[in-house]
Ligand binder design. Structure first.
Ligand code: F6R
Length: 619
């Protein structure tokens, strides 16, 4: 989740580019940089921290009495905000990255999956690298293919790459040109009068032009001051209409969505794709080399304890099912604020996992600290580099959801769940608890999740909106599920109560007859997660019990198994089929959307619900 801005035209562009980056700050970043072509050579500056640091750095003396990157006379350049994934947060790892001769500079968003193999090849050919990033590969690949035509060199480099990314390149020998390409990650061209912009999101240039051209997957685009020429990976030209953006500034910040929460729900496929990305090998194994966990320790692991709060706790519950199912290690799950006060029996040989998207939640940190003091090995799962949990843990597994602004956790939840799946499969591989072929099958399922989440957002939204319309005035909602469906219910119920202020309860369906069934009357909407799993039959009979009390059943069913659910439900939402352990990551999406639409229909501010803060740092 980084930001790209490029400019080619007639105006001095240094400050224009930095102003563009400011509009992308909401995406989150930990370093930034800019490169400009000046008198046939490239001037470049990078800085760790915020854009104020970059502004200060461009104005530093460069040793020749001039400033490092002058505003005039350059009229072509690239700028970038980086959220570290490969390599630490350092100036060297910040973008732009250059080739060996410093004639080609690039900025990149996303992940190059085959970077290790390309790095080896390029190094053997004599290329010298100056960063730990996967992105730098691209500058050297363009250099490798450079025969005088930048578009051609970019195309050939693009064809060597695997992964999901968008990048922009410039060459000091071609000062009137930028060349960009994309696979999966967004890239948009902005067309002005005698000037052209390229960026990862429209807000970066919206103050300058509202005319845009959208670049599609697998396309290369060559930009000059007169506009953009798009071609495919074989060099065939592609015609594309220009569109006019009508958003106001507030909508622009939210990429045209009415709220950050909805925007972040739509970013979930990307958040999961980024989290999985390079951690899944071509031979269909999970690679978590980044974890500092000794294989001997992992093989002898007695048990795992997961501690977390709120939504992160629900992601941990899903993780418990995945780890127990695949790696056959007992997993205890606890709410961090309870765990820390119950004098837990924990020590050497135990792995304690603290899940916290912010990395700063006081109760989770305290629970982890306690476990560590008692001799347990402690692993943090977080979205934020440099957060407290990264300093308090023996090892860290990062989710890569980008910055989440809406208070209600959505994309951070699915990326935490994806991280737990990765960890479960990695454990199963190290401990030999699953056959290789089964791991390969599950890895295939994991890789397909981003497009399935996309599918459920696209296909499900209208259906969910219609269901919300029939129920938004209800004063109570009950959620029922079993096994892997239970954390989905707990999370769905939390979403609805926190943004709509409607009381909700979520129950293990088998517990209904022990009391909660008394809550039901003819007006109660009951959301039942009945996805296809070993407990589906059991769940169907629970749904029939609920229906017999006259409650209004909304069933969440798996594609292909919806008939049985529709037979007992008043309304059914169908989600794509996945391996049954992975169903929570698709089944949660309609429940997030349901909460969202109900809250909006009640006229509420979903991005900033009352009494809640994004990070809970007090005990
Ligand atoms: C709910 C929500 C909270 C957080 C909880 C833990 O939408 O966002 O329940 O999940 O406060 O926060 P982290 O994960 O930052 O520790």
């Amino acid at each position: 989740m980084c930001g790209i801005v490029g400019y080619v035209g007639g105006r001095p562009c240094r400050d224009l580019l930095i102003a563009g980056l400011e509009k992308l700050e909401y995406r989150g970043y930990d370093s930034a940089g800019i490169s400009l072509i000046v008198d046939g050579r490239i001037e470049s500056v990078r800085a760790v921290g915020n854009l104020a640091n970059l502004r200060a750095a461009v104005n530093q003396p460069n040793g020749n009495g001039a400033v490092a990157v002058a505003e005039a006379p350059s009229t072509v350049g690239l700028a970038h905000t980086r959220w570290a994934t490969h390599g630490r947060v350092t100036e060297e790892n910040a973008h732009p990255h250059g080739d060996c001769e410093d004639r080609i500079h690039i900025v990149l968003n996303g992940i190059v999956e085959n970077h290790a193999e390309l790095h080896r090849e390029l190094e053997a050919e004599g290329h010298r690298f100056s960063s730990e990033t996967d992105a730098e590969i691209v500058a050297h690949l363009i250099e490798r293919h450079d025969e005088g035509d930048l578009t051609d060199a970019v195309r050939r480099a693009f064809n060597d790459l695997r992964g999901h990314y968008a990048f922009v390149a410039m060459h000091s020998d071609h000062p009137g040109q930028l060349v960009a390409a994309r696979r999966e990650c967004p890239l948009i061209v902005g067309l002005g009068e005698g000037e052209t912009f390229v960026a990862s999101a429209i807000p970066a240039f919206l103050a300058e032009t509202r005319k845009v051209t959208l670049i599609e997957n697998g396309e290369i685009v060559t930009l000059d001051s007169d506009g953009a020429a798009i071609s495919d990976t074989d060099g065939q030209p592609i015609a594309r209409e220009t569109e006019e953006v009508t958003w106001d500034e507030d909508a622009a910040e939210k990429s045209g969505f009415p709220t950050f929460m909805l925007k972040e729900i739509h970013e979930q496929p990307d958040a999961v794709a980024e989290t999985i990305a390079d951690r899944v090998h071509d031979d269909d194994r999970v690679d978590l080399d980044e974890l500092d966990l000794d294989e001997g320790f992992v093989s002898k692991l007695r048990r795992i304890v997961i501690v977390a709060c709120g939504t992160s706790y629900h992601a941990g519950l899903v993780g418990r099912y995945a780890i127990e199912q695949w790696a056959r290690i007992p997993v205890e799950m606890d709410i961090a604020s309870e765990y820390r006060y119950r004098d837990p029996v924990v020590g050497e040989g135990d792995l304690v996992i603290g899940i916290t998207q912010s990395g700063e939640t006081a109760d989770t940190l305290a629970a982890m600290r306690l476990a560590r003091e008692r001799g347990a090995t402690v692993m943090g799962v977080t979205n934020i580099m440099g957060s407290q949990v990264t300093r308090d843990s023996d090892t860290v597994l990062y989710t890569r959801a980008g910055l989440e602004i809406g208070v209600a956790a959505t994309k951070t939840f699915v990326s935490q769940v994806a991280a737990m799946y990765l960890f479960g499969l990695w454990l199963a591989d190290v401990r030999g608890s699953l056959e290789r072929a089964e791991i390969a099958r599950l890895v295939g399922e994991l890789k397909a999740l981003p497009s399935k989440i996309d599918e459920v957002i696209d296909a499900g939204d209208e259906r969910v909106r219609a269901i919300a319309r029939t129920h938004y005035e209800q004063r109570f909602f009950l959620y029922l599920g079993r096994n892997i469906g239970l954390p989905v219910c707990l999370e769905g119920a939390l979403k609805l109560k926190e943004i709509s202020y409607i009381p909700t309860d979520a129950y293990a369906a088998g517990e209904m007859k022990h009391g909660p069934i008394a809550l039901l009357d003819e007006s109660t909407p009951v959301i039942c997660v009945v996805t296809d799993s070993p407990v589906m039959e059991k769940m169907l009979s629970n749904v029939a019990e609920v229906r017999a009390r006259g409650a209004d059943v909304i069933g969440v069913a798996t594609d292909g198994a919806e008939a049985a659910v529709s037979a007992v439900a008043d309304q059914t939402i169908v989600v794509p089929r996945t391996d049954w352990v992975m169903q929570p990551i698709v089944a949660i999406v309609p429940l997030q959307l349901l909460a969202y639409h109900i809250a909006r229909m009640n006229g509420l501010n979903v991005d900033q619900p009352r009494n809640l803060a994004k990070t809970v740092t007090v005990e």
